[in-house]
Design a protein around this ligand. Structure first.
Ligand code: HEC
Length: 174
C-alpha cells in the first residue's frame, strides 16, 4: 500500500516537473506574441495618425479629377474622361471605407448615380449630354456640402484645367 502510493507520488511529481518544463517556454512565447501584437497596434495607430488622408484631402483629390474630367469631356478624349470618372468613384469609396469617424460619409453614395449618368454620356460620346450630366454631378457635390454644413464650399464648372502638364484632347493616334 505504502509502496503503491509512493509510486503514484513519484509519477505525479514527474508529471508536474514535465508540465512546468512545458509551460515555461509556452508562457515566454505568449509574452513575446503579446509584445509583438502591442508593437503592431502602436505602428497602426502611428500610421492612422500620420499617414491616413483626411476627408478634406480625399475631397481635394476628387476636385482635381472633377476638373480633369471636364476638360477630357469637352475635348472629346472619352477614354480619359472614363478614367477620371473611375478615379472619382475610387476616392469616394476610399472615403466611405476609411473615414469611419466622419458621419458625413453616409451621404457619399449620392455621387454614384451622378457619376453613372456622366459615364453613360461618355460611353455615348455625346458632348451635350456630357455637359448636362457634368452639371448634375457638380450640383450633387454642392448638395452634399449643403447637407453637411459645408455650403460655403461651392464647386463650379472649371474655367481652366487643374494641371497644364497634361494633354486633355485625344492624341492624333487615338
Ligand atoms: C459626403 C458628401 C459629399 C460629397 C458627395 C462631396 N463632398 Fe466635398 N466635402 C464634403 C465634406 C464633409 C467636406 C469637408 C471635409 C473636411 O472637413 O475637411 C468636403 C470638402 C470638399 C472640398 C474642400 C477641400 C479642401 O480642403 O479645400 C472640396 C474641394 C470638395 N469637397 C470637392 C467635392 C467635389 C468636387 C465633389 C463632387 C464630385 C464633392 N466634394 C462631393 C462632403 C462631400
Amino acid at each position: 500500500m505504502y509502496r503503491k502510493s509512493a509510486c503514484v507520488g513519484i509519477i505525479l511529481l514527474g508529471w508536474v516537473m514535465a508540465m512546468s518544463r512545458c509551460t515555461h517556454p509556452e508562457q515566454t512565447q505568449l509574452q513575446a506574441l503579446r509584445q509583438q501584437v502591442q508593437k503592431l497596434q502602436d505602428t497602426l495607430a502611428f500610421i492612422r495618425a500620420h499617414y491616413k488622408p483626411g476627408l478634406g484631402e480625399l475631397m481635394t483629390t476628387i476636385q482635381y479629377n472633377h476638373g480633369k474630367l471636364w476638360f477630357a469631356g469637352i475635348k472629346h478624349n472619352w477614354p480619359l474622361a472614363s478614367f477620371e470618372i473611375g478615379e472619382i468613384r475610387e476616392t469616394a469609396q476610399t472615403a466611405q471605407e476609411i473615414e469611419t469617424d466622419r458621419p458625413e460619409v453616409k451621404d457619399i453614395p449620392m455621387l454614384y448615380p451622378a457619376l453613372d449618368s456622366v459615364q453613360a454620356a461618355v460611353q455615348a460620346q455625346d458632348e451635350a449630354r456630357f455637359k448636362k450630366a457634368f452639371s448634375f454631378l457638380t450640383t450633387t457635390c454642392n448638395n452634399c456640402h449643403k447637407a453637411n454644413h459645408f455650403a460655403f464650399n461651392i464647386i463650379a464648372i472649371p474655367t481652366a484645367p487643374p494641371a497644364t502638364n497634361q494633354q486633355y484632347g485625344p492624341s492624333s493616334s487615338q
